[in-house]
Design a protein around this ligand. Structure first.
Ligand code: ZN
Length: 188
């Protein structure tokens, strides 16, 4: 496998991580369907979270170059500060905390982007202090709507979050196994 790198590079390549994670997701979904009382939408939300976590929100966003970074395409600048701020295999590679750190970062970036877009729009409409206040009001309204949606769809949000945790757990286990395999010189 084309996987082991040194220093601040990924232990396993993004492709290997994706293959492991997507296979794990495909295997676990029928188990959830047949052996738990979760509803179909909740299982789908779990699957969505696992796929999104594997492709877009992986712990390797703490690297300058990774599959997840590339997956954001024109929006990869959203993660520029994240990999500058957090060293590879530190916070982002901690179970649950790493997932939360990336979700919070994404929320912060979404807030700043929304506010900037609204601000530009309102300043263009009325270039004075009222523009800034309007931008604040509209951004606040959008955040309220989002929070309300999350509140009224808690089981789906929880399913999605568990899917993210599941994909991160698979990633961390894979990193650990690759790390041991390198230590024992099973791979270079
Ligand atoms: Zn990793």
């Amino acid at each position: 496998m084309t996987s082991v790198r040194q220093g601040d590079r990924a232990l396993a390549s993004g492709k290997v991580h994706n293959r492991i994670n997507l296979s794990g997701t495909v295997l676990v979904l029928p188990l959830l369907y047949f052996y738990t009382s979760l509803s179909e939408p909740e299982i789908l939300a779990f699957g969505g979270g696992a796929v999104f976590g594997s492709c877009f929100l992986s712990p390797d966003l703490d690297l300058k170059q990774s599959n997840s970074q590339r997956a954001w395409g024109g929006f990869r600048w959203l993660w520029y500060g994240y990999h500058r701020m957090f060293a590879h295999r530190k916070l982002s590679h901690m179970i649950v905390l790493g997932t939360l750190s990336r979700l919070l970062w994404l929320g912060l970036m979404a807030f700043l982007s929304l506010f900037s877009i609204n601000l530009l729009y309102w300043l263009f409409q009325q270039p004075d202090l009222r523009g800034i206040l309007q931008a604040q009001v509209v951004t606040g309204e959008l955040i309220r709507e989002g929070t309300f949606w999350l509140h009224s769809n808690q089981p789906l949000a929880a399913g999605f979050f568990c899917g993210l945790i599941f994909s991160d757990t698979l990633h961390l286990i894979s990193d650990l196994l690759f790390s041991l395999a390198r230590k024992w010189s099973l791979i270079r």
